[in-house]
Design a binder for this molecule. Structure first.
Ligand code: DP6
Length: 328
């Protein structure tokens, strides 16, 4: 009852911020993301009848209690489906620099869900796995697919899942992550999602995302960065405006974050097609076409405050690397 799976992180073009149901992670709005090729997590889950409780190792260290509890709760869903009470040893490794402030819950819960399902011999569709991953971390449901992915908000557990819009090779957009700070964020996304409705801007942003959704889908199909980019930037700024106007207010940007944002706007005036988006942290993701990527990467690296630039492209969905369950 042991399996290893690997899954990519994702960067949202239209974001998930705010839940209508905290237990089920039902989002206020649908979202669209790109699954990344290099920021990936590999997780081994071994169910073992001799264990008293689930064990969790993250990047070579015993995980903090809060992370272990979150993983335990997630594994309970899978154990219930498989009809077992066996606890598990979970070993998870990110292949992107830890402490770089890059989200790991999406790739982490996607890899955990796929590995645990394989170890337990559960034969589930990608949609069922996506719904399960969502219970662990909302954005993880999108990492169940490669390339360009939409998470349909839905209204209940059965109707809230992700599905692929286009495979990775459809459009090799580059995501250059300008890392301006490392370390873990002070406020978790889970807390932020609950606070979102306390912002007077939240409902307006949700309405704007629903309006942008068909335009973003069409821009992706047409591989039209100049149509896509402004909507991506607007939603990132709108999400941060919601964060900054919730009670209590959340500020994820640092001075360096704004410096990168302003530089990108200036480079656009000079003719480069580069657009930013920012998750619940200070680092800036810069989207651009392959041909302009070396020039934009060079410029990002020379900006004061940028510690490193991580380079990603659209990547594949998760896969099982090894499985020792005879049923799989
Ligand atoms: C800002 O999926 O990390 O990255 O469900 O608490 O794990 P949890 O939240 P999470 O929130 C992601 C927020 C975001 C936007 C996005 O990826 O859509």
């Amino acid at each position: 009852m042991k399996a290893t799976a690997e899954a990519g992180a994702n960067i949202a073009l239209l974001k998930y911020w705010g839940v209508r149901d905290e237990n089920l992670n039902l989002p206020l709005n649908s979202s669209i993301s790109i699954t990344l090729d290099r920021a990936r997590t590999t997780t081994t889950v071994a169910f073992d009848p001799t264990l008293d409780e689930d064990q969790l190792e993250l990047d070579g260290q015993p995980a903090p209690e809060a992370a272990r509890t979150r993983v335990h709760r997630h594994l309970e869903h899978l154990r219930r489906l498989a009809g077992t009470g066996w606890q598990a040893q979970v070993v998870s490794q990110n292949n992107f620099p830890t402490g770089a402030g890059i989200a790991s819950s999406a790739s982490g819960f996607a890899a955990l869900t796929v590995a645990a399902a394989a170890a337990l011999g559960l034969e589930l569709s990608s949609r069922e796995l996506s719904r399960l991953a969502r219970l662990g971390s909302g954005s993880a449901c999108r990492s169940l697919f490669g390339g360009y992915v939409e998470w349909v908000a839905g209204t209940d557990d059965a109707s809230s899942y992700a599905h692929p819009l286009a495979p990775p090779e459809h459009w090799p957009l580059h995501d250059l992550i300008a890392v301006v700070a490392g370390g873990h964020k002070a406020i978790s996304s889970a807390q932020g999602h609950s606070l979102a409705p306390s912002s007077p801007l939240c409902a307006a942003r949700v309405a704007a995302v629903e309006r942008a959704m068909p335009i973003v889908r069409a821009a992706l199909q047409a591989r039209d960065l100049r149509a896509l980019g402004p909507l991506v930037e607007q939603d990132a700024i709108a999400m941060h405006a919601v964060m900054m106007t919730s009670h209590p207010a959340l500020f994820y940007w640092l001075p360096e974050t704004l410096r990168v944002m302003l530089a990108i706007r200036k480079w656009r005036e000079e003719g480069l097609a580069a657009y930013f988006t920012i998750d619940a942290g200070p680092n800036v993701h810069v989207l651009c076409e392959e041909a302009e990527s070396p020039e934009i990467e060079r410029r990002l690296q020379s900006l004061p405050g940028v510690r490193r630039v991580l380079h990603n492209r659209p990547g594949p969905g998760p896969h099982v690397i090894a499985s020792e369950n005879r049923a799989t």
